[in-house]
Design a binder for this molecule. Structure first.
Ligand SMILES: NC(=O)c1ccc[n+]([C@@H]2O[C@H](COP(=O)([O-])OP(=O)(O)OC[C@H]3O[C@@H](n4cnc5c(N)ncnc54)[C@H](OP(=O)(O)O)[C@@H]3O)[C@@H](O)[C@H]2O)c1
Length: 287
């Protein structure tokens, strides 16, 4: 087994760096980011997969700056669509299997129950549109691929809501946070374990899966929990509706994903988000 992890300097990629080599001691695991392998370079991607006899690709690379993407459309499309096509073509030519990451932003967030994989997509932002186009291109060019849609990802690595709210809580007497967007905060190590489950499994069932941690919350309640567990008491958190916090990109109001398929197919566990948040904050405190 030769596993290539792309986008390995990101949140999920860094968590995979921590667990993949131990989970597959007999495998060669190659971690790359844009400086080692720019996925928008189709020839380089093809050469890399061919020269190293890559058998599995876990694509964690993405353009994830959702608001900036509304202005920086070409760069977002290049990474979330063109780069995915390059990986798909290389994988298909050399018989490698792909696990690719996608997002709850492929939905418009108007549902009244957790989204299933078969539900109609309707992205409302350029980021969501490009992630959906990446899904479609991958399944067309490399139909054996697995796509995992996730949501509200955080970890001790990189930029994310947990780290932002901890930092803002230390320097601001009050914060206004939206209370009418609902989702499931998802701890990147749990998603990394789900990927290990799939790679370890005797069966490979292509298609789309949803992975998020269990339970739901709003950004407001999430912030309250982050500050409580982070020991921040001097910052008042005020709930506001989304209309009072305009952003460049439209965000779904309801982002809850139904994880039944990944749990039943691969025996993946979905820990409760609040327990996982505690673990993340413990790790951040040790840094
Ligand atoms: N973050 C979330 O809340 C969230 C929610 C739902 C789904 N997802 C999806 O989950 C996956 C992992 O997200 P994440 O938060 O771990 O992402 P991340 O932290 O933003 O990491 C993405 C990595 O991809 C790299 N990259 C960018 N352009 C590249 C290129 N041309 N070639 C190779 N690498 C490139 C980035 O490098 P630079 O930093 O140097 O650009 C970065 O290290 C993504 O597919 C994302 O769309 C994320």
């Amino acid at each position: 087994m030769k596993i290539l992890v792309t986008g390995a300097n990101g949140q999920l990629g860094n968590e995979l760096r921590l667990i993949l080599p131990g989970a597959f001691p007999d495998a060669q695991v190659l971690f790359t980011d844009v400086a080692d392998l720019d996925l928008t370079d189709s020839a380089a991607v093809n050469r890399y997969v061919e020269d190293r006899d890559v058998t599995h690709i876990v694509n964690c690379a993405a353009y994830t700056a959702v608001d900036r993407a509304e202005e920086d459309k070409a760069a977002c499309t290049a990474i979330n669509v063109d780069a995915v096509k390059n990986l798909a073509l290389a994988a298909d030519s050399h018989g490698a299997k792909v696990i690719h990451l996608s997002t709850d932003y492929v939905f418009d967030g108007r549902a009244y129950r957790p989204y299933r994989e078969s539900d109609k997509v309707n992205p409302c932002s350029h980021y969501g549109t490009t992630k959906r186009a990446g899904e479609t291109a991958l399944l067309a060019l490399a139909p054996e691929s697995i796509i995992i849609r996730t949501a509200w990802l955080y970890s001790p690595f990189g930029h994310n809501f947990v780290k932002t709210m901890l930092a803002l809580g230390q320097t601001n007497p009050s914060l206004r946070v939206v209370y009418d967007q609902i989702g499931s905060p998802t701890y990147a190590p749990n998603l990394a374990k789900a990927i290990v489950c799939i790679l370890r499994s005797a069966q490979w069932v292509p298609g789309i899966y949803h992975y998020a941690d269990s339970g739901v919350t709003s950004w407001y309640d999430f912030t309250k929990a982050i500050h409580r567990l982070g020991g921040i008491s001097g910052c008042e958190i005020r709930p506001i509706p989304s209309e009072d916090y305009p952003t460049a990109a439209v965000r779904p109001f309801f982002s809850v994903l139904d994880t039944t398929r990944i749990r039943l197919t691969y025996g993946v566990e979905t820990p409760y988000w609040l327990d996982s948040l505690q673990d993340c904050i413990n790790r951040l405190k040790k840094q």
